[in-house]
Design a protein around this ligand. Structure first.
Ligand code: WTA
Length: 653
């Protein structure tokens, strides 16, 4: 039975529901229940076995973990391997050269397909091209590209040479690009004239020109992929065409093996304050866990699955689940350049139908956007190829989970809610899809081989279901090896709060079954009259209301209660901002969670401030809620949004 918002009864009754894996799925799953026990009994032995069986080593390692100098971990340190060889050549050598590695779908509808053999050839040439520009082991290369195959090819070419890449998301400004180039001391930048977004070419090269214009960066070469054919300025000597360099590059390239701890990449994460941290990842441990999680969390069957992770390569999800994880695992995958609503709101679903995607991995914010657009849109496409769905990036509210499960997954696909971070490199907490009965809204438990806990402020185990802090109690193979160039910041940020324990910065709690629920970043946890409340929990409640499409909640300073809950909501398409709606929503939250969680104010707005990666910037909403001048909004996808919100709030307060 469905209601007016198109949801069936179970979506109103999510508290009780769990979803066991379908019997045939469970029987054929890569990970069975014993794997948890095996990993618990001998964690290091478990990871050593995964590293040996999932990767090709040129020199086998003899030591699994060196943790003699915490928090600086070394995994498989005396082993040697080449990451690109593991992602490419070995699949060709194993007879899978004709398997499709990449189905590329450009936003304008152009397509390119690369088999593993073809992708290997491209990367060999690209490695020779970079070598001809002087790139060597230990160097850093900045990559500033749209979602096109050349992004993956560039990353793998660096890996092949033992050079570290620093991918900078194409939506970042020239200033952000410059500071990342400077911090990593990159001598080469790989960019494109532009990419296609929302039906138009959007330029990239001018930002690179601006970033390196002063002549004060270490950049010697700018390699330009021609994607859109836009006119670009050209600096002779410095700028080079990708196509010309590649055509001139020799076809053969022998991959040299490097030590397991050779840096693979630096990826900058925007902290809430201060300059971005360059998160450093290395080779053997990172690739082991990225590869393992493909088989474990996504139950990958490389011969038959078609995997699609919608993330941009500018984020860690794109590193681990567009490039390294899928390719190392020998998967066939889809890479899509553009936005979900170009040329229309059915684009994602048409991509799934066209390529027979079996495994979709995206963010809750995307799911909520699709909910807002209405389920009649995906209903126009054949989504029956899907067999597993993944979620990443933020807590997925039960309402969105259930919609994803029913409307996109046809009720038959396990949903794997994966919790991890740029810093963790790969999945850390996620239900193994063939073993665990999934629970809407909960990431549930650590993957085999990973040890986590919820603790209180003193680091003591949390009793019962009280909210606490998520910590990782044992080192893991894909863990960050540091903050680039700043060992002290590495220690201070992650390892100073509790001894030899990684502090993730996320609030979490156990439920009665011992499953983990994330409550948002600890800076988003509010304290109202001495009660701890989660922004995520209240948002989830608001979104569960028929009228609400999206919600963001902040804790604003309040004289009497310490903090007060202020909510900003976007109504569903077709719902009018009727008289009394704010009061109705307040009452709804009060009834759903408890009177203490009732927002003091609910503002109906047209937009929420989101970064280009889709994260809501609550800090800015907090400024509005606290009647302050709105702070730096430059990282918003659309910086004019804050003016609109401020006006709407003013006119309704
Ligand atoms: C949040 C993205 C709840 C969390 C891979 C974390 C999540 C931050 C989940 C890292 C999830 C990510 N459930 N919260 N499944 N996945 N997060 O570095 O707050 O961009 O600390 O890495 O996103 O974001 P990052």
């Amino acid at each position: 039975m469905t209601d007016t918002a198109g949801r069936n009864a179970v979506e109103h009754d999510h508290e009780q529901s769990t979803f066991p894996p379908p019997a045939d799925f469970a029987a054929a799953a890569n990970v069975q229940a014993e794997e948890y026990e095996r990993a618990r009994e001998d964690r290091l032995g478990f990871w050593a076995e995964k590293a040996r069986t999932l990767l090709d080593w040129d020199t086998p390692f003899t030591q699994t973990l060196d943790w003699t100098n915490p928090p600086f971990a070394r995994w498989f340190a005396d082993g040697r391997l080449n990451v690109a060889h593991n992602c490419l050549d070995r699949h060709v050598a194993a007879g899978n050269g004709e398997r499709v590695a990449l189905h590329f779908e450009g936003e304008p509808g152009d397509t390119r397909t690369f088999t593993y053999a073809q992708l290997t050839d491209e990367v060999k040439k690209a490695a020779n091209m970079l070598a001809s520009l002087g790139v060597r082991k230990g160097d850093r290369v900045a990559i500033y590209l749209p979602m096109i195959p050349e992004a993956a090819i560039s990353m793998l070419a660096c890996a092949r040479l033992g050079a570290a890449h620093s991918v900078v998301f194409g939506g970042f400004s020239s200033d952000a690009l410059k500071s990342r180039i400077m911090d990593a001391e990159a001598r080469v930048v790989i960019t494109a004239d532009g990419g296609f977004r929302r039906g138009k070419p959007s330029s990239l090269k001018p930002a690179v020109d601006e970033a390196v214009a002063g002549g004060d960066t270490p950049v010697e070469h700018v390699v330009v992929v021609e994607r859109t054919g836009q006119e670009v300025d050209w600096t002779e000597g410095r700028d080079k065409k990708w196509s010309e360099l590649l055509a001139a590059a020799p076809a053969e390239h022998e991959a040299e093996a490097f030590e397991a701890e050779n840096p693979l990449f630096i990826l900058y994460t925007s902290g809430t304050t201060g300059k971005p941290k360059g998160i450093l990842h290395t080779s053997g441990g990172y690739l082991t866990q990225a590869t393992y999680s493909m088989f474990a969390s996504f139950d990958l069957k490389p011969e038959t699955d078609v995997f699609w992770c919608t993330a941009d390569v500018g984020w860690v999800t794109g590193h681990s689940y567009v490039v390294y994880g899928p390719l190392s695992a020998g998967a066939t995958q889809v890479m899509y350049e553009g936005t979900p609503d170009t040329p229309d709101k059915g684009r994602w679903w048409s991509v799934i139908e066209k390529y027979g995607v079996t495994t979709l991995y995206c963010a809750p914010t995307a799911i909520r956007t699709c909910m807002k657009w209405g389920e009649d849109i995906p209903a126009q496409y054949d989504l029956s190829s899907l067999r597993l769905l993944g979620s990443v990036g933020e807590p997925i509210n039960p309402e969105a989970w259930l919609w994803y499960h029913r409307v996109i997954g046809g009720g038959r696909c396990p949903i794997v809610d994966t919790w991890w971070q740029t810093e963790t490199g790969a999945h850390m907490i996620a239900p193994m899809p063939g073993v665990v009965a999934t629970k809407p809204g909960s990431s549930q438990r650590a993957i085999p081989g990973v040890e986590v806990k919820v603790v209180d402020d003193e680091g003591a185990d949390i009793a019962g279901t009280d909210p606490g802090l998520l910590v990782i109690t044992e080192p893991w193979p894909a863990m960050l090896r540091g903050v680039y160039g700043d060992p002290q910041r590495f220690k201070d940020t992650y390892w100073s709060r509790f001894e030899n324990t990684y502090f993730a910065g996320d609030g979490a709690r156990y439920d009665e079954d011992g499953d983990i629920w994330f409550l948002g970043r600890v800076d988003d946890v509010m304290n109202v009259s001495g009660h701890r409340l989660s922004t995520a929990e209240i948002e989830s409640s608001l979104v569960a209301h028929d009228a609400v499409a999206e919600a963001a909640v902040v804790g604003a300073a309040d004289e009497t209660s310490g903090q007060a809950v202020i909510a900003f909501v976007i109504l569903r398409q077709g719902v009018e901002a009727r008289e009394g709606i704010s009061e109705e929503l307040r009452a709804h939250v009060g009834a759903d969670i408890g009177p203490i969680a009732k927002p003091k104010r609910v503002h109906v707005v047209d937009e929420l401030p989101k970064t280009r990666s889709g994260k809501i910037m609550r800090r800015l909403l907090k400024d509005v809620a606290e009647n302050r001048t709105v702070g730096d909004a430059s990282t918003l996808a659309d910086s004019s949004v804050m003016d609109v919100i401020s006006q709407q709030v003013e006119s309704t307060s």
